[in-house]
Structures are given as structure tokens and as C-alpha cells.
Design a protein around this ligand. Structure first.
Ligand SMILES: [Mg+2]
Length: 321
């Protein structure tokens, strides 16, 4: 737990420092208000012991300034002051202070008030961690750990906006594991789940760090590829197809050969296209891959004029971006 001590009196500062560090806190110290704000920004302390009367910027203004800075973690502020009448306390509370310790202070009282601060900071950080965990659960598929469908849709909306703004295309890949029902029927649902997990690991490992990979539902996966034209999107899909096909999946005591089919599309030429329509185009391409015999990549071509595709691409084909 880090404590920032802001006190202009050198002797008092040294005394508080040695006292508070003897209680097990990590100390950083500032000699005036401006330095306190600088240190706050640099170190984001958990607790601040803040002298009220200081040259330059007074403690109460330091407090206001710190409360105006957006931070993830809460900082608990204790004002150290001889000003302990009612109107001073109201001024301090209004500025965002959490507690007051009168000067000259009693050591045991200061220790206990720091303990209160520590409890509040701990509760805040537990709450934050819990909120982050809930957010993660709400956005991710429990089985594979990839984004779930609703998170994918949200990210796709963001990517569409970014793409139009930056005049850069984005690619979309929809993947479906071939004959997945056979895996479940032959090896059982646990094996089916294991295949989905291993499949997710393989595509995630292969994708670029900034690609957005999700499980759209069942045995269907979607990848959003920022800044990818059709050629890039096609090549990524083709390579993923190979890393799935090349090595059988070791599930329980079985080696299961898995293949998958891919639909690929992009919003090339920066044409604004509704995401539902874009998904439909990609899904149609995936359907064609299924119809064409599976284990292949098909790029969307039915809107090629509108989307600016230079030629149709089937498995093994090449195109110009
Ligand atoms: Mg002072």
C-alpha cells in the first residue's frame, strides 16, 4: 500500500515518513502542493496524507485537483490540519477529502485512520476486480475464452466506424467446422467441447495480435481483421484452414481429423456497408464453401461490383488488393 505524504515542513515530513513507514507502508513524499500533484500522477498512491497549509497550492486545492483526475483506482485522502472547525471540515469534504486528522496528531489515531483508508482502498479494488471479471464473463464465451457473439457484434460496429473514418478496409472471416455433429456423435460431447477449445487455440495463435476472434455460436467462429483487404483476409483464412487440416486433433485417446470451411469478405473501397449485410455476405460465402465440398475458403463475390473485388477467389486463387 503506497502512501503519499505532502507536507511542507521538513521536520514534520521526516517525522511522519518514519512513523508511517514503520507501520509497513511504502512512502513517497512531496514538499508542496504542486509536487504532490506531480507525484500523484506519476505514482497513483493508494492513500494521501495531505497537509492543508502549504505554499503555492494549498491542500484543499490539491484535493480538488486530484479528484478531477480520472483514475481507475480510488485514492483515499486524509487531510492533516490544525483547521478542524465545522466550516473547515465542510470545505475539506467538499473538496473531496475522506477524513481529517488534527494537528498535532496522536500517533495511534493516525495509525488507525490509515487502517480505515487501507480498508476502503481494498474494498474499492476488490469491487473493481469483480466488475472486471463480470465484464469479462459478459463478453467472452465460457468454453473457448474467445469473444462471444454480442461482444463480436459490438466490436464489429466499432471496426466499421473506424474503417470508414480512417478510410481503411477491414476483413471478415466466418468459419464453420465441417461435420462437427459427427464428432459429438462418435466421440461424445466432451470430445466435441475439446475440439472447440483446441480449434480456438489454433486460430487465436495464428491471428495477428489486434485481430478480433470470437465464437459466433455452436461450431461457428468469426474473425474481424482490422486494416485487412481481401487479399490479406483470404491469405489468413487459407493459412488457418491449413493449420486445422494439417495436424489431427488429439482428443482423449483419439486423433480426430478436423476440417473447416471459410467465408471471407471485406468492405473494400471503403464502402459503407451495414454490419448485418456484411455478415450475411460473408455467411453466403461460407455457405458456398460448404456447398463446394467443404475444407475450403470462398471469398464473397455476389456483390463484387459494389464491393470493388477485382476477381472471384476460390481456394488457391489470388487477387489484387
Ligand atoms: Mg504546512
Amino acid at each position: 500500500m503506497n502512501v503519499l505524504i505532502a507536507e511542507d515542513d521538513r521536520v514534520a515530513r521526516a517525522q511522519i515518513e518514519s512513523l508511517v513507514s514503520s507501520w509497513g507502508y511504502n512512502i513517497i513524499a512531496a514538499k508542496d502542493g504542486l509536487e504532490a500533484i506531480k507525484m500523484f500522477n506519476a505514482k497513483k498512491p493508494n492513500i494521501i496524507l495531505l497537509d492543508w497549509v502549504m505554499p503555492g497550492l494549498e491542500g484543499v486545492n490539491v484535493c480538488k485537483k486530484i479528484r478531477s483526475i480520472k483514475t481507475e483506482q480510488y485514492t483515499y485522502i486524509i487531510m492533516l490540519t490544525a483547521k478542524v472547525n465545522q466550516s473547515d471540515i465542510i470545505t475539506g469534504l467538499n473538496a473531496g477529502a475522506d477524513d481529517f486528522v488534527g494537528k498535532p496528531f496522536n500517533n495511534e489515531e493516525l495509525r488507525l485512520r490509515l487502517e480505515v483508508g487501507k480498508r476502503v482502498v481494498k474494498l474499492e479494488s476488490d469491487l473493481l476486480a469483480f466488475q472486471q471479471k463480470l465484464k469479462h464473463q459478459a463478453d467472452h464465451d465460457f468454453l473457448t475464452g474467445l469473444y462471444n457473439r454480442s461482444a463480436l457484434m459490438a466490436r464489429l460496429k466499432e471496426e466499421k466506424v473506424r474503417s470508414v473514418k480512417n478510410k481503411r478496409p477491414y476483413g471478415l472471416i466466418m468459419i464453420d467446422i465441417d461435420h462437427f455433429k459427427n464428432v459429438n456423435d462418435t466421440y461424445g460431447h466432451q470430445a466435441g467441447d475439446d475440439v472447440l477449445k483446441e480449434f480456438s487455440v489454433r486460430i487465436k495463435e495464428f491471428c495477428r495480435a489486434y485481430d478480433i476472434v470470437g465464437r459466433f455460436g455452436g461450431e461457428e467462429f468469426t474473425i474481424i481483421l482490422p486494416n485487412a483487404g481481401l487479399n490479406t483476409a483470404y491469405m489468413i483464412a487459407e493459412r488457418i484452414r491449413c493449420i486445422i487440416t494439417d495436424k489431427p486433433f488429439k482428443i482423449l485417446d483419439n486423433e480426430i481429423k478436423i476440417t473447416s470451411s471459410f467465408g471471407v469478405s471485406t468492405n473494400m473501397n471503403n464502402i459503407e456497408i451495414e454490419i448485418e449485410e456484411h455478415l450475411k455476405i460473408c455467411d453466403d460465402a461460407l455457405y458456398k464453401a460448404k456447398e463446394g465440398g467443404r475444407n475450403m475458403v470462398v471469398c464473397a463475390d455476389d456483390l463484387k461490383d459494389r464491393l470493388g473485388y477485382s476477381q472471384d477467389v476460390q481456394k488457391g486463387g489470388t487477387i489484387q488488393e
